[in-house]
Design a binder for this molecule. Structure first.
Ligand code: A3P
Length: 316
C-alpha cells in the first residue's frame, strides 16, 4: 500500500510527464522545469522538488546549505554544523563529536529527503538542498532564514561527478566516458543543471541581499579556510569571541572538517540511501580536472563559463 508521500509524488509525476524531456546524465531521462533539468524516481528528483516547493514550510531561524552536487556539499555541511553547534559540543571528548562519528550528510539532512520525516525539530534547523534559488519554496525566500551557497570550478565539478557516478555503479544507469559526461554537462542535462544558471541565481540573490545569502566558492575556501570559517560564523549570527579565536577554536573546526579527517571517519559504512560514506571523499583538491580533461574539453567549458558569467564577479 502506498503511503501519503508516495501518493503525493504520483500527483507530480502526472504533471512532469508533460515537460520537455532529454536523455541526460547516466542515460537517464531529465525533465525541464522552470529553467532547470531534473531526473526522476529518486530523492533528488523533479517530483521531490515539486513536493518541497509546494509543501515545505521554512522557519525564520532555519539555516540552509545550498550547492549543486559535487561542489563541496559534504564539507560545507560539516563546517556549518561545527560552527553552529560548537558550544553544545564544547565539553565532550573530541572522539564523541558527531562529525567524528557520522557522515556530515546525517548531521545536516537534505530538504529533499526530510520532507518525508518533516525535518529536525529544534531551532536552528540546519538543512541542505540542491534546489535552484527561483525554485525554492516561497517560505524560504520570504522568511528571514539564512542561506549559505557554495559553488566550485565547473571543470572540477564535472570530474568529481564522473568519479562519483562510476563509483555508485547503479545498474539502472549506463556508465559514461568523460567525453560523454562533458557533452551532457555542457548542455545542462544533469540533475539541477545547467550548472552555470544555478550559480548565477544564487550570485544575484547574494548581491541583492548579502545578509540573506552568503556566496562562497570551494577554491576560496581552500585558500584560507580559517578566514572563511570566521566569515561563515558571522553570517550565521554565531561570531567567534576573541577568547575563542585566542584558544584556537577556529583552527579546531577547520581540522575537524578537513578532508583528511572526514575521509578517515567515513571510510566505512553507508548512508540510508545505500550510498557508501567513503564515496563523498575522493581527492578534495583544486584543479584536479587537468588530469582528465583534454585541452579541447577544457576549452568547451571555459567558453561557456566566460559567456554565462560575463559581467559577474565570479571566478574560480
Ligand atoms: P573530488 O571528487 O574533486 O575529490 P559533494 O560533497 O558536493 O558531493 O562534493 C564532493 C567533492 O568534495 C569531492 O571532490 C570530495 O572529495 C570533496 N570533499 C569532500 N569533503 C571535503 C572536505 N572536507 N574538504 C574539501 N573537499 C571535500
Amino acid at each position: 500500500e502506498k503511503d501519503n508521500f508516495a501518493i503525493l509524488l504520483d500527483r507530480y509525476k502526472e504533471k512532469f510527464s508533460q515537460f520537455p524531456k532529454e536523455k541526460g546524465w547516466m542515460g537517464q531521462d531529465v525533465y525541464m522545469y522552470q529553467g532547470f533539468w531534473y531526473t526522476s524516481e529518486n530523492a533528488f528528483s523533479i517530483e521531490t522538488m515539486m513536493a518541497v516547493q509546494e509543501s515545505f514550510q521554512a522557519h525564520s531561524t532555519d539555516i540552509y546549505v545550498i550547492t549543486q552536487p559535487k561542489c563541496g556539499t559534504t564539507w560545507i555541511k560539516a563546517l556549518v554544523f561545527a560552527i553552529v553547534n560548537r558550544t553544545k559540543y564544547k565539553n565532550i571528548k573530541p572522539s564523541d563529536h558527531p562529525l567524528n562519528i557520522s557522515n556530515p550528510h546525517k548531521c545536516v539532512p537534505f530538504l529533499e529527503t526530510e520532507i518525508i520525516t518533516k525535518g529536525p525539530a529544534n531551532p536552528p534547523r540546519l538543512l541542505a538542498s540542491h534546489i535552484p534559488y527561483n525554485a525554492l519554496p516561497k517560505s524560504i525566500i520570504d522568511s528571514s532564514c539564512r542561506i549559505v551557497y557554495l559553488c566550485r570550478n565547473p571543470k572540477d565539478v564535472l570530474v568529481s561527478w564522473f568519479h562519483f557516478a562510476n563509483k555508485l555503479k547503479d545498474k539502472s544507469r549506463t556508465p559514461m566516458t568523460i567525453g560523454e559526461m562533458l557533452d551532457v554537462y555542457a548542455k545542462g542535462f544533469m540533475p539541477y543543471g545547467p550548472y552555470w544558471d544555478h550559480v548565477i541565481e544564487y550570485y544575484k540573490a547574494s548581491s541583492e541581499d548579502p545578509t540573506k545569502v552568503l556566496f562562497l566558492t570551494y577554491e576560496d575556501m581552500k585558500i584560507d579556510t580559517a578566514s572563511k570559517v570566521k566569515r561563515l560564523a558571522e553570517f550565521l549570527g554565531h561570531p567567534f569571541t576573541e577568547e575563542e579565536v585566542a584558544n584556537g577554536v577556529v583552527e579546531e573546526i577547520v581540522r575537524l572538517c578537513s578532508f583528511e579527517n572526514l575521509k578517515e571517519v567515513n571510510k566505512n559504512g553507508d548512508l540510508l540511501t545505500g550510498i557508501p560514506n567513503a564515496s563523498f571523499f575522493r581527492e578534495g583538491k583544486v584543479g584536479g580536472w587537468s588530469n582528465y580533461l583534454t585541452k579541447e574539453m577544457s576549452q568547451i567549458l571555459d567558453d561557456i563559463t566566460t559567456e554565462k558569467f560575463q559581467g559577474l564577479d565570479i571566478s574560480f
